[in-house]
Design a protein around this ligand. Structure first.
Ligand code: DQA
Length: 148
């Protein structure tokens, strides 16, 4: 059964709990991962988690991801908006991926509207807070099911 998914958090997501409450829920990353883990298991998925503030490390995790999981939920933080290195690594990785953002990147600063990974992803969920991860996992679960 293709149900192993990795939830990858990028730069500054380890600072959740200290970030602008106008845009981010007041939870720590550890608390967020507990909730995401519950969502995933309710959907029949087996989740794993990672976070790094180092772009190269994020790329290397993408390089290796297909050895251990079937799909990805990605919140690369600010890298979303400009990292062609992460975009290329995601392309190499070849796994189905859903992009997720806690805040509503379409209605913040102009530069946040750009996502250099969006067209490589099977879906994007933004501005739905913690609940957005459930939607992202559902999209991924459905895609993995359709793949058979
Ligand atoms: C974010 C949105 C990004 O613009 C920002 O740089 C982040 C978090 C989000 O989850 O809303 O660090 O990806």
């Amino acid at each position: 059964m293709r149900n192993r998914v990795e939830v990858m958090h990028g730069v500054n997501l380890d600072q959740l709990g200290r970030r602008d409450p106008e845009h981010y829920p007041r939870v720590t990353l550890t608390e967020l991962e507990v909730v995401i883990g519950r969502y995933a298991r309710e959907l029949g998925l087996e989740p794993s988690f990672s976070q790094t503030n180092h772009e190269g490390e994020f790329c290397e995790s993408l390089h290796k991801a297909s050895e251990t999981v079937h799909g990805l939920v990605l919140n690369p933080g600010a890298w979303t908006h400009y990292s062609y290195a992460i975009r290329d690594a995601l392309e190499v990785c070849g796994l189905p991926a859903v992009e997720v953002h806690l805040s509503d990147i379409e209605h913040r600063e102009e530069w946040r509207r750009v996502s250099v990974i969006r067209d490589l992803c099977i879906g994007t969920v933004s501005g739905r807070g913690i609940e957005g991860y459930r939607e992202a996992l559902e999209l991924l679960r459905n895609a993995l099911r359709d793949e058979g």
